[in-house]
Design a protein around this ligand. Structure first.
Ligand code: NAD
Length: 563
């Protein structure tokens, strides 16, 4: 297998290169990939040289080791999914929804266990795992079960042109076939779950390649679907790193839904472009929060603190840039610092914990570098701004920083860590211009007591989602489409638009007069040209008289001789 070495962050991804076969001792610890993806391979298994380790980011404890799936295993999973898909689609939407509802019931019954697993693997506080992962997945399933049947009904396409009136047009939404899903680690359960549910509901089979940092959550998802009675092969999980993801893109999938960073997204887009594979790209964000001069400063500061620190700031929709009207700035900053001081950092498994660890050391280093860069250019750290090795390997203190500007990396690059960077503005024009001064365009928020004014300003911001008087939560609204503009991505997941992405549209048209040769067929000549001039007048002449005359004169075309 060719491994694009530049794409594998070996040290950080906890990937190990094993030049030889795993030792006997290790073999028992290594999860059998074939059983994970539900395959029985007739051919000799290929020698896989890369392994990955799931680690508890709070403690550094190894949870489990895995072999990365190679090209052959990815291809086999896709083939298996392709074989299973037609029957799944043919089973009908009601039958499919039955399976989704059984999945929902099982997930609900096992909510504590699943949330605890997510906390162990991704570090987030248990309550966040429960609400932002399990509940989001449950609700995405509810939404799909409610919406998919209607969306899959033929949609009438009435014809306005009188010459087309004998035809009946409809839009049919058809499953792509096999949808590949590549997902990140920050929402290791709800991100793939909501996409898998949508893809399955619309009649596709799915091959999921989860993040190499969070394989256990994906396997749990697969296990729940298996217990729910999803037919064998319809949903496969292939475990691995970037090279495994690349193999999935190179395999004969019919659509890809990718969620991850902008840099990987660019590579993914190129690979998809080369084979014209339709793709949804859910990429990074640098979301601005605009606090207008009439905002409730207590409410807005609480929102900023939660919006910047939830999941240790490792949220694509987190508040990464906070712009506050100068009249409120000092009080706002003071409140943010005070509220940050009350937050408890620790192991997410501890119910007292507000902020868990970051996922790995590399992510922590990015945050540290950006904070140091800002400080060296004159920014002031008012809270945090340091690692917390006393708690474990990956903890970074929630950080409030002011005196930042757009020359600093912290206001331009995605931070993806627990940092609240605050900057004052004087006019709303300036605030909008700062909000739009970014290569990202995922989401934004506007804070004001005047909702109408907030909505007006929202339309001036280039972002896929703008919330007035709330932040981050768009991902938790199953009805809301999720996705960005500019470098934040292409296409949408969630909501009806997310379901639409899981199918292709066929236009079906049938003519009610099968025994009639069409007016526009051969048999041209000067008379026909004049009749068509009259026809054009009938449709588009400015005066009523000319239109009526056109209708009468063009009607002769109905009786002309055709080839
Ligand atoms: P990442 O880009 O490093 O990895 C994402 C996934 O892509 C992983 O499964 C990885 O193994 C895979 N991958 C890596 N190289 C690949 C390649 N060449 N071909 C195919 N697949 C490849 O991102 P991450 O660090 O896992 O996640 C954090 C990023 O994801 C952040 O930038 C965050 O903003 C973004 N994100 C976006 C959304 C959204 O909905 N817009 C949601 C969550 C996270």
């Amino acid at each position: 297998m060719k491994i694009p070495t530049g794409e594998l962050k070996n040290e950080d991804c906890r990937l190990k290169n094993a030049k030889s076969s795993p030792s006997r001792d290790n073999q028992s610890a290594i999860f059998n990939l074939q059983s994970a993806i539900g395959l029985s391979m007739a051919t000799e298994p290929q020698i896989v040289t890369r392994r990955m380790v799931a680690v508890n980011p709070a403690t550094g404890e190894t949870l489990r080791e895995f072999e990365c799936a190679g090209d052959a295993e990815v291809a086999a999973a896709v083939e298996h999914a392709r074989a299973a898909q037609p029957a799944w689609e043919a089973s009908g939407v009601q039958q499919r929804i039955e399976v989704l509802r059984r999945f929902q019931r099982l997930l609900h019954a096992r909510k504590e266990e699943v949330a605890r697993l997510i906390t162990r693997e991704a570090g987030k506080p248990y309550v966040e795992a429960l609400v932002n992962e399990v509940v989001v997945a449950l609700d995405a399933t509810r939404f799909c079960a409610e919406q998919a049947p209607e969306l899959l009904l033929p949609e009438a396409v009435p014809h306005g042109n009188p010459i087309m009136k004998a035809k009946v047009g409809r839009l049919l939404r058809r499953a792509h076939g096999v949808v590949g899903i590549i997902s990140p680690w920050n929402f290791p359960f709800s991100t793939p779950a909501s996409e898998v549910v949508a893809a399955l509901g619309m009649g596709n089979a799915v091959v999921l390649k989860p993040s190499e940092f969070t394989p256990l959550s994906a396997l749990e998802l697969k296990s729940l679907f298996t217990s729910a009675g999803l037919p064998d092969g319809v949903f496969q999980v292939v475990l691995g790193d970037g090279a495994t993801g690349a193999a999935l893109i190179a395999s004969p999938i019919d659509k890809l839904v990718f969620t991850g960073s902008v840099s990987t997204g660019r590579r993914v887009a190129q690979a998809c472009g080369a084979r014209l594979l339709p793709v949804v790209l859910e990429l990074g964000g640098k979301d601005p929060m605009l606090v207008l001069d009439d905002a409730d400063v207590d409410v807005a500061s609480s929102a900023a603190v939660w919006g910047a620190f939830v999941n240790a700031g490792q949220v694509c929709l987190s508040v990464e840039r906070c712009y506050v009207h100068r009249s409120l700035h000092d009080r706002f900053v003071e409140l943010c610092v005070e509220k940050t001081g009350k937050l408890k950092v620790g192991d997410g498994a501890d119910p007292q914990t507000d902020i868990g660890p970051m996922i790995h050391e590399r992510q922590l280093r990015i945050v540290e570098e950006q904070v140091n860069d800002a400080v060296s250019s004159g920014a002031r750290v008012l809270a945090g701004g340091r690692r917390m090795p006393e708690l474990g390997p990956n903890f970074y203190a929630p950080t409030v920083i002011e005196g930042v500007d757009h020359s600093m990396r912290i206001m331009r690059e995605e931070t993806f860590g627990p940092v609240l960077a605050i900057m004052a503005f004087d006019t709303e024009e300036e605030a909008i211009s700062l909000a739009n001064d970014s290569e990202f365009g995922l989401a934004a928020s506007v804070w004001t007591r005047d909702r109408n004014h907030g909505e007006e300003l929202a339309t001036l911001i280039a972002a896929g989602t703008v919330l007035v008087n709330d932040a981050v939560i768009g991902f938790g609204i199953s009805e809301a489409p999720h996705g960005g503009v500019k470098c934040s991505g292409i296409g949408r997941t969630h909501g009806k638009l997310g379901l639409e992405e899981m199918c292709w549209v066929q236009y079906l048209d049938s003519d009610r007069l099968p025994r009639m040769k069409k007016t526009w067929w051969y048999g041209y000549g000067p008379d026909f040209a004049r009749q068509m001039e009259a026809f054009t007048d009938w449709l588009f002449a400015p005066s009523l008289f000319a239109r009526v005359r056109g209708a009468v004169r063009s009607s002769a075309s109905l009786w002309r001789r055709r080839l």
